[in-house]
Design a protein around this ligand. Structure first.
Ligand code: ZN
Length: 461
């Protein structure tokens, strides 16, 4: 079994004691972590240097657990930056839907590949991709193939709507479950266990009560996570109040969907009673601060949720509303957004923000036993961040440097499942330049195709 040693760096274990080890090391054996500790100065570990297959010198760097990106839509890398400055409903109608419908099977593979590359290179070893464009049978496979080939770990939450959405993106309940059955057969546990499938009803306003009820049962029957956009905008509250006399999260509970394996994406417009429901059912909230600011959706009650012990993990959201997938940038936005929102600079200190992106993310995907911290026996999903740069150094506290100074460009190396997938800032398993070149050519052609009906796709300035 391959043994690899990372040494000389500051290890942010994110274990129960939140231990930080200066001059630390992490010994990998196969796909898991064998040892974590301080490198002894008495030479008692020096023999290890000759016994392992590979030594990575992390001097001047931080060694952290891989970040969990709890919510994205990878295909949107093809759509980012088409037009900014729109509210959610207009942005969907004028940008996301037309582009989604024009994309072909190969586009979903290329778009997702760009997204996986960017996620890995900005420190995410785990992504939850909420994929809801099923216009061609191969779209899902293209996204999952990109996840497999890039080396990232993650879920595809198989999205779907049956009631109220762009008609060509709607499906029958039967088709949604048949297709999810097929995805489970093909992909559940694929790529050495790196890939998994979740159930992902897109949102409450687009889905019928019957579909939501059946989706909850389907998840329970198959032991799946349920991932759904909830209370992203104020309008969405009006929608469920008018249809059912219930607020968003009350509806999620009423259809039997709220539980320990439920991921409530956004959860912005929740009242006290709904926070009680989150607590009661031990559900997770996936907080996407950049998207919430970009679309002016609102500010989730994250500090209160954390005080109540609710599990809050972080996500970038799709590249259409971020517009990047920089997972380190999300850390800074998370801390800053809530400080200014509450006019309280003591909120969300760096270690707590890191905890949200690692341990809470692992809990969100039901993997707290083997992911989310650097400890013996856990999976070797590890990120090494360069700190000796003019925008970061000199260092006082590594946690602060990671949250407030570092960005995705500072990620030096990434291991997933014990495999080195990013080395010195470059993806190891895929040819980035080739993927970007092919993606740009496809996007140029999409722009030509779309610009007649949607002039925004012809604008360059
Ligand atoms: Zn989303």
């Amino acid at each position: 079994m391959k043994r690899q040693l990372i040494r000389n760096g500051t290890v942010m274990t994110m274990n129960d004691e939140m231990q930080v080890i200066p001059n630390g090391y992490v010994l990998l054996e196969g796909d898991h972590i064998q040892e974590v500790g301080e490198w002894p100065s008495d030479g008692s570990k020096d023999a290890l240097l000759r016994q392992v297959d590979c030594v990575i010198d992390a001097a001047g760097k931080a060694i952290i657990p891989g970040l969990v990106n709890g919510h994205t839509h990878l295909f949107q890398t093809f759509i980012r930056g088409v037009s900014d400055d729109l509210p959610l409903s207009q942005w969907l109608r004028q940008i996301i839907w037309p582009a989604s419908l024009a994309m072909e099977e190969e586009d979903f593979y290329l778009a997702a590949m760009i997204g996986c590359i960017e996620n890995l290179k900005s420190g995410a070893t785990y992504i939850m991709d909420h994929h809801y464009v099923h216009t061609h049978s191969g779209n899902d496979h293209g996204v999952l193939r990109a996840m497999e080939e890039s080396g990232i770990r993650g879920h595809m939450a198989r999205g779907g709507v049956d009631l109220s959405y762009e008609p060509r993106l709607r499906e029958s309940i039967e088709d949604i479950f048949n297709n999810t059955d097929k995805l489970l057969d093909h992909w559940q546990g694929a790529a050495d266990g790196r890939i998994a499938i979740a159930m992902g009803p897109l949102n409450l306003y687009g889905c019928s009560e019957e579909f939501l009820k059946q989706a909850a049962k389907y998840s329970e029957r198959n032991g799946l996570i349920t991932h759904i956009h909830v209370a992203e905008t104020k309008d969405q509250i009006d929608n469920t109040m008018e249809r059912f006399g219930l607020r968003n999260l009350e509806l999620v509970e009423a259809v039997g969907m709220l539980g320990r394996h439920t991921q409530v994406v956004h959860g912005i417009w929740l009242n006290d009673a709904e926070l009680d429901l989150l607590q009661k059912h031990d559900a997770t909230v996936i907080h996407c601060p950049v998207s919430n600011m970009y679309l002016a959706s609102g500010v989730a009650r994250v500090p209160e949720m954390l005080d109540r012990g609710i599990n809050v993990a972080l996500g970038t959201d799709g590249p259409g509303s971020n517009n990047c997938q920089d997972n380190l940038e999300v850390l800074k936005f998370t801390a800053c957004l809530h400080k200014v929102d509450q006019l309280d600079s003591t909120l969300l200190p760096p270690m707590q923000v890191l905890e949200m992106a690692t341990r809470n993310g692992a809990k969100a995907v039901g993997r707290e036993q083997d992911l989310g911290s650097l400890e013996p026996g856990k999976k070797a999903d590890i990120v090494i961040i360069e700190l000796q740069k003019a925008h970061i150094a000199p260092i006082h506290r590594v946690s602060s440097a990671i949250v407030y100074n570092a960005n995705g460009n500072d990620v030096d190396s990434v291991f997933v499942n014990g495999e080195l997938v990013v080395h010195r800032g470059k993806c190891v398993l895929v040819d980035e330049e080739e993927i970007i070149r092919r993606a740009q050519a496809r996007v140029d052609s999409l722009r030509r195709k779309l610009s007649a009906a949607f002039p925004v796709f012809g604008i360059v300035q």
